[in-house]
Write a protein that binds this ligand. Structure first.
Ligand SMILES: [Fe+2]
Length: 328
């Protein structure tokens, strides 16, 4: 059933945060650092620890209290090397950002830096990762079931949007930061996107890695990007939001009825030694427009808010990054 125009807000705002990396790499003993994590610890000691700063995230939280988006999404990489201690610290950040009813996350490659039992990693964030009851019903899963850790894509209905969380996070060998969605998840994704198509909900796909082939090097990219694009081209989506690149990027991929915008947000915690990587988050405003026959369509405007080292606060960027025009 299409959404009746009277049932939707005139403006619905969605904040997009990514790549927080705001967890110290400080295990209780040296043992967890053996293997690939040693490289990550070195990277954190030499670079990441000085780049991704909690004072920037504190300022971001203050700014979010002012901009007060209706919903927030986080496209992965809350941790650095997937230590259990990091998952606990990241859970505290999630709770500070907002309640699970208002905040939806997907994991990134740093959140599965090495293979870690779910019970001491993603399960600690399950309230922020899992589908809601409406989403589980759409996926054909029993309502009220316990989080099973493998239930991606997640689906959350937050009218007028449907948030579809895709996990591209898989453990990789040293020096690789690639991702994979996998055939099973792709099949479920196509089913749920197709089921949502006639509802009038704005299908917002969340994924850590860029979905389009060639967006980054094979060493850092999504192995099955082509297959994901094929699903999106057949089933459609209104917007894809991702992270991983730590820079602003707006691309388009083919959908069944025109192109689908693909938006990357920078890291939300970068102190900004490189100005083009300075911390930023996006606010997407969905504006309902009369599409006739009592139904609503949406125009989506994207604004960026950036860390300002002078004032130590987040401020609106001088000019909007772009305008995403929805169906006329
Ligand atoms: Fe990443």
């Amino acid at each position: 059933m299409p959404i009746a125009r009277a049932e939707v807000q005139a403006i619905f705002t969605l904040a997009h945060l990514s790549d927080l990396h705001a967890t110290p790499v400080a295990p209780g003993s040296l043992r967890p650092l053996l293997g690939k994590r040693l490289l990550g610890w070195l990277s954190w000691r030499l670079r990441r620890g000085a780049t991704h700063r909690t004072e920037v995230l504190d300022a971001l939280l203050e700014d979010l209290a002012v901009t007060s988006p209706d919903q927030l999404v986080i496209t992965g990489d809350l941790t650095n090397v997937s230590l259990e201690e990091e998952f606990l610290v990241a859970r505290d950040w999630l709770r500070r950002i907002g309640s699970p009813e208002r905040v939806t996350a997907v994991p990134g490659n740093h959140d599965t830096y090495v293979r870690v039992p779910r019970a001491c990693s993603w399960d600690l964030w399950s309230e922020y990762l899992e589908s809601d009851a409406a989403g589980r019903a759409l996926l054909g899963e029993s309502q009220g079931g316990a989080y099973r850790g493998l239930a991606f894509p997640s689906v959350r209905i937050r009218e007028p949007v449907a948030l579809i969380g895709v996990s591209s996070a898989v453990p990789t060998p040293p020096f690789l930061a690639s991702g994979r969605v996998g055939g099973q998840q792709l099949a479920r994704l196509e089913r749920v996107l197709s089921a949502l198509a006639p509802t009038g909900l704005q299908r917002v796909v969340l994924i850590h890695h860029p979905p389009d082939p060639g967006a980054t090097s094979p060493r850092r990219g999504l192995c099955d990007a082509r297959a994901l694009c094929d699903v999106l081209q057949r089933a459609g989506a209104e917007i894809v939001l991702h992270g991983h690149l730590h820079r602003t990027r707006i691309a388009r991929i083919e959908g069944p009825h025109g192109s689908i915008p693909v938006v990357c947000a920078r890291s939300a915690s970068d102190i900004g030694t490189k100005p083009h990587k300075r911390a930023q988050y996006h606010v997407l405003a969905f504006e309902a427009r009369d599409a006739g026959a009592g139904t609503a369509r949406f125009r989506v405007t994207l604004r960026a808010r950036s860390w300002d080292p002078q004032t130590q606060r987040f401020v609106e960027s001088d000019r909007p990054e772009t305008l995403l025009a929805g169906p006329a």
